[in-house]
Design a protein around this ligand. Structure first.
Ligand code: DLL
Length: 432
């Protein structure tokens, strides 16, 4: 259990003072050590000393995913590469991924915030936690792992997949907490049921889920199937990974770990801040990150902040669950996918017309992605075996691009609806 009362129950004025000191420091470090930030500041004639109050954060330039991608691989590091002890990358992004680098201090902070969040779910050193998040470049596996180890729980680093094995281990090891993406959690429960196993009869006392969008109905379904409370975990590779904000037992929003991450909500059109409580795009600044300080990162995630007093005793501000994105990024089985990546793969193959649709469904509680693309009249008149060959080629191409196997359907020329305005490329039938 990690209950850091001094930090988590800090008085508002003390928190603001701490945030200001940390912001001033991080801005100075970024300016002095990261050429990208130096240039951006110089362009608008801003000096680190201009940050005198927290409100002055609004003078600072935004950072986008694209900026970070351009710095690929190590251009955003604020310390010599040798001080970076671990790297992760964002999944399936267009072009180069974003590299996130951590010093030992950053890993310690990551462990601390994740430990605080797992404590909210009731994890103690008596518990066994089954971590189904992927271990590797994805931040999910390691983030949860570090937090659970800091608490002293027994970690089962089983990673994603091997669904039947997951269920066997849940029963045999008596896992008391399980972490998954909401869609994988539902799928696991369904497979368990089909094996004649009822997850409600397991030793679980809670589950934690995150990494993709979900609805209250989905949470209720998870809670019904597992018979335990389900807690929301939010985070993103660029800022740290999971553990930026996590839900306490009140389940009325996620506490943002404000001593390490400074949240703002902006209107994504005007880029101006919106009043407290209103929805907009979440912007995050790392306040303590050493290896890769990030200033005003535009997450593209839509949420609202609320400063209500929480009965759990923590004073950190709460954010609502994410209800959408300002861009067209899809999360398919936890992997980020942009329609433009699929388009890029399609345009690389002869015999296809540039008309396609991406259809996302969740037939057996697992995300499925179908790409419908028009074959050229010439291709369409070819033999069936040619068509099958090209279908397989497109599927492999897309898999190389996004890292996921999708189902490609070649359709007759001129059958995909044409639009007069913005083409409707994505049809998401998952109801999330
Ligand atoms: O998904 C980090 C993570 C791992 C969070 C495990 C929670 C648990 P990325 O792959 O970089 O990092 O994807 C970040 O995923 O901008 C959101 O759009 C979405 N996302 C993450 N958590 C949630 C959540 C990890 N709880 C992107 N609810 C973010 C809704 C989420 N969307």
């Amino acid at each position: 259990m990690i209950w850091n009362e001094e930090a988590e129950c800090i008085a508002k004025d003390e928190l603001e003072q701490l945030q200001l000191e940390r912001l001033q420091e991080i801005v100075k470090v970024a300016y002095e050590n990261v050429p990208y930030y130096r240039k951006k500041f110089d362009d608008i004639k801003l000096k680190p000393e201009d940050i005198q109050t927290l409100k002055d954060i609004e003078k600072l330039p935004f950072t986008t995913k694209n900026d970070l991608r351009e710095a690929y691989p190590f251009g955003m590091f604020a310390v010599p590469r040798k001080d970076i002890i671990e790297v992760h990358t964002s999944s399936g992004t267009t072009g180069k991924p974003v590299v996130s680098g951590y010093t030992q201090k950053d890993i310690d902070i990551w462990s601390e915030v994740m430990a605080r969040g797992l404590t909210m779910m009731g994890l103690t050193d008596e518990d066994i936690i089954q971590n189904t998040h992927g271990y590797g470049l994805f931040t999910g596996g390691f983030g949860v792992h570090y937090g659970a180890q800091k608490i002293g729980a027994t970690v089962i680093p089983i990673s994603t997949g091997q669904t039947k094995r997951q269920i066997e281990i849940l029963c045999d090891f008596g896992s008391t907490l399980m972490i998954f993406t909401p869609s994988y959690g539902l799928y696991l429960a369904e497979v368990a049921n089909s094996e004649g196993i009822d997850p409600k009869k397991s030793n679980l006392k809670a589950v934690g889920f995150g990494a993709e969008m979900w609805t209250e109905e989905m949470r209720q379904e998870i809670e019904r199937r597992y018979g335990v409370p389900a807690f929301n975990i939010y985070g993103l590779t660029e800022i740290m990974g999971p553990g930026v904000a996590i839900e306490c037992d009140q389940k009325s929003g996620l506490h943002v770990f404000e001593d390490h991450f400074y949240p703002e909500i902006i209107n994504s059109e005007t880029l101006e801040p919106v009043p407290l409580g209103e929805k907009g795009e979440l912007v995050l600044t790392t306040l303590t990150r050493e290896g890769m300080p990030i200033i005003r990162f535009r997450t593209k995630d839509i949420t609202a902040l609320k400063n209500d007093k929480c009965d759990c005793g923590r004073t950190f501000i709460k954010m609502e669950r994410i209800t959408g994105r300002t861009d067209d990024m899809l999360k398919i089985r936890g992997v980020s996918v942009f329609p433009s990546q699929i388009e890029k793969a399609l345009l690389n193959i002869d015999g296809l017309e540039p008309h396609y649709q991406i259809i996302v469904t969740r037939p057996h509680l697992m995300d499925e992605l179908e790409v419908r693309v028009e074959a050229s009249p010439k291709l369409f008149s070819d033999e069936v075996k040619e068509l099958i060959g090209i279908k397989n080629r497109i599927e492999s191409y897309i898999e190389d691009e996004i890292g996921l196997r999708v189902n490609v359907t070649l359709v007759e020329p001129k059958t995909i609806p044409r639009s007069e305005g913005k083409a409707v490329r994505v049809i998401d039938k998952r109801e999330i």
